[in-house]
Design a protein around this ligand. Structure first.
Ligand code: ADP
Ligand code: MG
Length: 623
C-alpha cells in the first residue's frame, strides 16, 4: 500500500522529519553507538565494519587524538600518552584513584584534591571528562556519517552504582562532545529494555555484566512496565581480562619458557595477546591449541574452568549478595540477562546457569545489548515512537538528607525512593536573631553526620532576625531522572534562597554502598540510642538558653529563692548534659520547663499590661 504524502496548506509536499537520536554505551573497555535504521535499532559500524570502539585515546602534540584500535597500538610505545579505562577515573579525586589502583602509567598533574585530576600528555593536560568526550566525539562522527546529519540527542548509559559526581562528569563529557543528553540510563536497565522485558507485566530480572575489567550485577524488578533497580553489586577489579592473566600464567608455566616476562615488556604483551586469543577461541570450540615458544599446548574448557575457579566463585558470591540485599531468593528470578563480552565464555554461562537453575537470555550479542537498549530509549525519547507504557524508573541507592543541630542527620529522600522525585521539609533557626544557616547535604543510612558521606555544603544568608524557632526555612531536595541531586533552601517570609547542584568530589562504588548499608544495619540500635540522647541534650540546651535570656530581661519578676532554685536546676542539667545521662536530662528538663513556664506566664502578663498602657497589641506582636 502506498503512503500518502503529507502536504502543507499551500500544497507543497513536506517530508515528516525524523529526528536523529542515538544510544551510547560508554564502556570501560569498549564503547558503541546504536540508532534506529529503518525498522530496527542497530549498532552502527565504523568504515571497517567494526561496531566496537576500544575506549582508548592516544594524544599527540598539536594533533587530533587517535581513538580506538589506532590508539590501542600505541599503548606499548607511548604508554603515558595512551589513556585506557578512563571510565574508572570519572568523578574521582586523585587520592581515591591512587588508593584504588596499585599501578597507573600516567603522569597526573597534582592539583588540589577536590579538583578533577588531569593527566599530563604530549598534547597538554587531559582530565577524565575531556578524555571521555574524545571517545564520544568519535562515536558522534560515526553516527553522523551513518545517519547523514547532525544528531538531535543521545541516551548515554552508566553503571547503576555511578554516583552523582560520576553521572555529572558523564554529562559534562557529552556536552563537551556537542551532544544533547536526553537522559542517562542505567546499563542493566538498558540491557533489559533491549530484550523487550519492559513489555512484560512483571518479573525479576538479574543482569549479569562481565566486561573487560569490571563486574556488575543488578536485580531489576518490573512492575506494570516500570523498572526498579532493587539492588546492585559488583567488583570494580574483576573482568574478562583477569581470565587472560590466568591463562597467560598457564601458558607460560606449561611451556616452561626461558623468557623473563616480567623484564621483557613486549614478550609480556604478546603472551597476554596470545592468552586473550585462546580465551576467545575457547568460546567457539571446547578444545584449543596454543603454540608457544615452539611448543604446542592444548587446553579445554574443563581445564580452563579449573584454572579460573576462584574468579567464577567471586562472581557467584556477588550474585548471592545482590539477592540477599534485594530480599529475593533464586526461585524469584524470572530472567537472567548476560551482558559484556566476557559472558561469551562457556565457563561463565554454565556457572551462571547452574547457580540460578535456569538458562540465561543470550540471543542478543552481549557486547551490543546495552547500546541497543539505549538506542531504543533514545528513539522513543526523541519522539520517533510513541512512548505508550514505556517508563523507566530507577531508585536512589542511599538516603539523602541534611545535617541538623547536634550533628544529626534528617533524611529527606530515603533510600530506594523511586526517582525522579521532589521532597521538601521545613526547618527553623536554633538561636535568637540567627541570620544565616549552613546547609550540609549528606548521604547514607546512619543517624550521625560523622557516619555518613558528606556531599555538599552551602549557606543560606539574609534570614530576617527573629526569635529562635520562628523563622521558616523550606529545604527542597530534587533528584532528577539521571540521579542528579539539586538542593535548595528558601526563607519563607522574605524569600531569600540559595541552592546547589551536587557534584561531590568523592566517588562511590558498589562496595562502598554495600559497606554503608551493612554498617547501618549493624549499628541501627545504637544509632537510635545516640540520636535520642543528642536530641534530649539539644532540647535541654535550648531551654537553658531561653531561660537565661528571659531572666536577663525580666529578673525583677523573680524573687531570690526562685532565682536560686532555677540556677540550681540549670547547673544540674548542664552536668547531666556533659555526662550524657539521658534519663536525668529528661527529668531536669521537665522540672525546668515547669518553673520557667510559670515565669513565662508572669512575663506575658507584664508585657500585655504594658502594651495596654501604651502601644497597641499588634505593634507589640510585631516587635
Ligand atoms: P566493557 O564493558 O568493560 O567495555 P566488554 O563488554 O566489551 O567490556 O568486554 C570486554 C571483555 O570481553 C574482554 O575481556 C574480552 O576479552 C572479552 N571477550 C570478548 N569476546 C569474547 C569471547 N568471544 N570470548 C571470551 N571473552 C570475550
Ligand atoms: Mg560494558
Amino acid at each position: 500500500m502506498a503512503l500518502l504524502q503529507i502536504s502543507e496548506p499551500g500544497g507543497k509536499p513536506i517530508q515528516p522529519v525524523r529526528k536523529r537520536a542515538v544510544g551510547i554505551d560508554l564502556g570501560t573497555t569498549n564503547s558503541l553507538v546504536a540508532a534506529r535504521c529503518g525498522g530496527s535499532v542497530e549498532c552502527l559500524p565504523d568504515d571497517q565494519g567494526e561496531c566496537l570502539l576500544s575506549s582508548i585515546v592516544y594524544y599527540r602534540k598539536g594533533k587530533e587524538p587517535l581513538v580506538g584500535s589506532a590508539a590501542k597500538s600505541e599503548m606499548i610505545a607511548n604508554p603515558g600518552d595512551t589513556i585506557a579505562s578512563v571510565k574508572r577515573l570519572l568523578g574521582k579525586s586523585l587520592s581515591e584513584i591512587k588508593a584504588e589502583r596499585q599501578f597507573i602509567p600516567y603522569d597526573f598533574n597534582e592539583g588540589r584534591d577536590d579538583q578533577t585530576p588531569a593527566i599530563r600528555t604530549a598534547d597538554g593536560d587531559k582530565d577524565p571528562v575531556i578524555i571521555s568526550s574524545d571517545i564520544l566525539k568519535c562515536l558522534v562522527r560515526r553516527a553522523e556519517d551513518c545517519m547523514q546529519g547532525a544528531l538531535d540527542g543521545a541516551v548515554i548509559t552508566v553503571p547503576a552504582y555511578f554516583d552523582d559526581a560520576q553521572r555529572q562528569q558523564t554529562r559534562d563529557a557529552a556536552r563537551l562532545a556537542g551532544l544533547k543528553v536526553l537522559r542517562l540510563l542505567n546499563e542493566p536497565t538498558a540491557a533489559a529494555v533491549a530484550y523487550g522485558l519492559d513489555s512484560q507485566d512483571q518479573g525479576n530480572v538479574i543482569v549479569f555484566d562481565l566486561g573487560g575489567g569490571t563486574f556488575d550485577v543488578s536485580l531489576l524488578s518490573l512492575q506494570k512496565g516500570i523498572f526498579e533497580v532493587l539492588a546492585t553489586g559488583g567488583d570494580t577489579n574483576l573482568g574478562g581480562d583477569d581470565f587472560d592473566y590466568l591463562l597467560a600464567d598457564w601458558i607460560r608455566n606449561s611451556a616452561s619458557s626461558e623468557i623473563d616476562y616480567d623484564a621483557d615488556a613486549s614478550a609480556h604483551t604478546s603472551l597476554l595477546h596470545q592468552a586473550n586469543q585462546a580465551k576467545h577461541r575457547l568460546s567457539e570450540s571446547p578444545v584449543v591449541e596454543v603454540e608457544h615458544q615452539g611448543q604446542s599446548l592444548q587446553i579445554d574448557n574443563i581445564r580452563f574452568a579449573q584454572l579460573c575457579e576462584s574468579l567464577l566463585d567471586r562472581t557467584l558470591l556477588i550474585c548471592t549478595r545482590v539477592l540477599r540485599d534485594a530480599g529475593k531468593k533464586i526461585e524469584d528470578i524470572d530472567n537472567i540477562v548476560l551482558v559484556g563480552g566476557a559472558t561469551r565464555m562457556p565457563i561463565i554461562r554454565s556457572a551462571v546457569a547452574e547457580f540460578f537453575g535456569k538458562e540465561s537470555m543470550t540471543e542478543i550479542d552481549p557486547d551490543k545489548v546495552v547500546a541497543l537498549g539505549a538506542g531504543i530509549q533514545a528513539d522513543i525519547l526523541i519522539g520517533n515512537k510513541p512512548a505508550d507504557s514505556f517508563l523507566l524508573l530507577d531508585v536512589n541507592p542511599l538516603s539523602l538528607g541534611i545535617e541538623t543541630m547536634g550533628e544529626l542527620v534528617e533524611k529527606i529522600i530515603p533510600r530506594n525512593t523511586t526517582i525522579p522525585v521532589i521532597k521538601a521539609q521545613e526547618f527553623t533557626t536554633f538561636k535568637d536573631g540567627q541570620t544565616a544557616m549552613s546547609i550540609h547535604v549528606v548521604q547514607g543510612e546512619r543517624e550521625l553526620v560523622s557516619d555518613c558521606r558528606s556531599l555538599a555544603r552551602f549557606e543560606l544568608k539574609g534570614i530576617p532576625p527573629m526569635v529562635a524557632g520562628a523563622a521558616k526555612i523550606r529545604v527542597e531536595f530534587q533528584v532528577d531522572a539521571d540521579g542528579l541531586l539539586s538542593v535548595s533552601a528558601r526563607e519563607l517570609s522574605k524569600g531569600m534562597s540559595a541552592e546547589i547542584v551536587v557534584k561531590p568530589s568523592f566517588g562511590l562504588n558498589a562496595d562502598t554502598i554495600e559497606q554503608m548499608l551493612s554498617s547501618s544495619q549493624m549499628n541501627a540500635k545504637n544509632d537510635m540510642k545516640i540520636r535520642a540522647l543528642k536530641e534530649a541534650q539539644l532540647e535541654a540546651r535550648q531551654l537553658i538558653d531561653a531561660t537565661i535570656n528571659a531572666i536577663d530581661a525580666d529578673s525583677s519578676l523573680l524573687n531570690e529563692p526562685e532565682k536560686k532554685s532555677i540556677a540550681a536546676i540549670i547547673e544540674k542539667l548542664n552536668l547531666a548534659i556533659t555526662q550524657d545521662e539521658q534519663i536525668k536530662i529528661h527529668a531536669l528538663t521537665e522540672q525546668l520547663n515547669r518553673i520557667s513556664g510559670d515565669f513565662a506566664a508572669r512575663r506575658m502578663d507584664l508585657h500585655v499590661s504594658e502594651a495596654l498602657r501604651g502601644e497597641s497589641i499588634e505593634k507589640l506582636e510585631k516587635s
